[in-house]
Ligand binder design. Structure first.
Ligand SMILES: NC(=O)c1ccc[n+]([C@@H]2O[C@H](COP(=O)([O-])OP(=O)(O)OC[C@H]3O[C@@H](n4cnc5c(N)ncnc54)[C@H](O)[C@@H]3O)[C@@H](O)[C@H]2O)c1
Length: 364
């Protein structure tokens, strides 16, 4: 069953990636075909070294699998406090054009070796939610985990693009920023909170209402990554059915904001979204590498150090960004909002400000 799900994920990722980026780019699946036909002799893009911290977890394992299948990755490093070597050995048998190695703390300098010279670091390390918990409830455990990892990234991979998946993203991203600032190596263009899951949920859920192909749907989702800080801007949707009622619209917004709860509830104590998150994380990492590779018009949403509300003391905000060789190339304005969306934004900003301050104060 898991294998079937993972295959579906790979196929969907492949399809969706072609709709996000320029159509001529080779996809993950075409990369697989390329490598099998040409015996690894042709590299279509620059080779990238990628580390996953928390690689043996519910997200970490399928995320690592998807990265193993991505032709842009040639050197994959998996770090976890447990079982990273097992996951790496397993993945190392897949005949794609990358090496994969596992690292655990029992090895001397494990984190140094996992991180050294990496281009992209993804962090899904930490505990997930159980039913009834908010993402903020994870702060006490995950803040310490993320800050420890950030210190190591600052020391051993200060050049890397850092993609933070661990929740609460609204606070863990500022934690990473603060740790890097302390080490004098903070690069705001290379720190990302991964909010892709909100965008893909929005695409999926809106397509169910519009009865359209979800891979062709894109919703501008701004704000942060938790509950009411997630703002899908439905007023910018061109072809909403005229028959949609206010109740249906409100229910859709609520579902996008709290879609994670559906998964937490259904898993009944066994964690939160892992497979859809792995898909989202792999899609985001692919976009970051496309940017590093100087591909054109690589536009995604992410929670980044942003000028949009800095004058109101909100240093990080999720909106569309264009990715480039140096990381964030452009932060897009969020555009026109309806009066209801403006109201949502005001509430979002209040919570976001507190979430960000909590992260910053943790490191101080
Ligand atoms: N950004 C998002 O959209 C999103 C979506 C879903 C889940 N998440 C978050 O991702 C995180 C991971 O979720 P999961 O379901 O994979 O959890 P999990 O418990 O299945 O896996 C977490 C992994 O992290 C490892 N780990 C713990 N401390 C570590 C450390 N110091 N260094 C390296 N590895 C460490 C654990 O050993 C485990 O393998 C959670 O915080 C969850 O809330 C984020």
């Amino acid at each position: 069953m898991l294998i079937v799900l993972i295959y579906i994920l790979v196929f969907r990722l492949t399809h969706t990636l072609t709709t996000t980026h320029t159509q001529s780019k080779p996809t993950m699946l075409s990369a697989l075909r390329l490598t099998s036909k040409r015996s690894f002799s042709v590299a279509a893009v620059n080779p990238y070294k990628v580390a996953v911290l928390g690689a043996a977890g519910g997200i970490g394992q399928p995320l690592s699998l998807l990265l193993k299948l991505n032709h842009k990755v040639t050197d994959l490093r998996l770090y976890d406090i447990k079982n990273a070597k097992g996951v790496a050995t397993d993945l190392s048998h897949i005949p794609t054009n990358s090496t994969v190695k596992g690292y655990t703390p029992d090895q001397p300098d494990a984190l140094r070796d996992a991180l050294k010279d990496t281009d992209v670091v993804l962090i899904p390390a930490g505990v997930p939610r159980k039913p009834g918990m908010t993402r903020d409830d994870l702060f006490n455990i995950n803040a310490g985990i993320v800050s420890g990892l950030a210190q190591n990234i600052g020391e051993f991979a200060p050049q890397a693009a850092i993609c933070v998946i661990s929740n609460p993203v609204n606070s863990t991203v500022p934690i990473v920023a603060q740790e890097l600032k302390k080490l004098g190596c903070y690069n705001p263009k290379k720190l990302f909170g991964v909010t892709t899951l909100d965008s893909i949920r929005a695409s999926r859920f809106i397509s169910e209402i519009k009865e359209t192909d979800p891979t062709k749907e894109a919703v501008n989702v701004i704000g942060g990554h938790s509950g009411i800080t997630i703002i899908p801007i439905l007023s910018q949707q061109k072809e909403m059915p005229k028959t949609i009622t206010k109740e249906q619209k409100d229910a859709l917004i609520h579902r996008i904001q709290f879609g994670g709860d559906e998964v937490v509830k259904a898993k009944d104590g066994a964690g939160s979204a892992t497979l859809s998150m792995a898909f989202a994380g792999a899609k985001f990492a692919d976009a970051v590498m496309s940017g590093l590779n100087n591909e054109k018009d690589v536009i995604v949403s992410s929670f980044v150090d942003s000028p949009i509300f800095k004058d109101q003391g909100i240093d990080f905000f999720a909106s569309k960004i264009t990715l480039g060789p140096q990381g964030v190339q452009k932060i897009h304005e969020y555009g026109q909002l309806s009066p209801e969306e403006n109201e949502m934004l005001e509430k979002c900003k209040e919570t976001l400000k507190k979430n960000i301050e909590k992260g910053v104060n943790f490191v101080k």
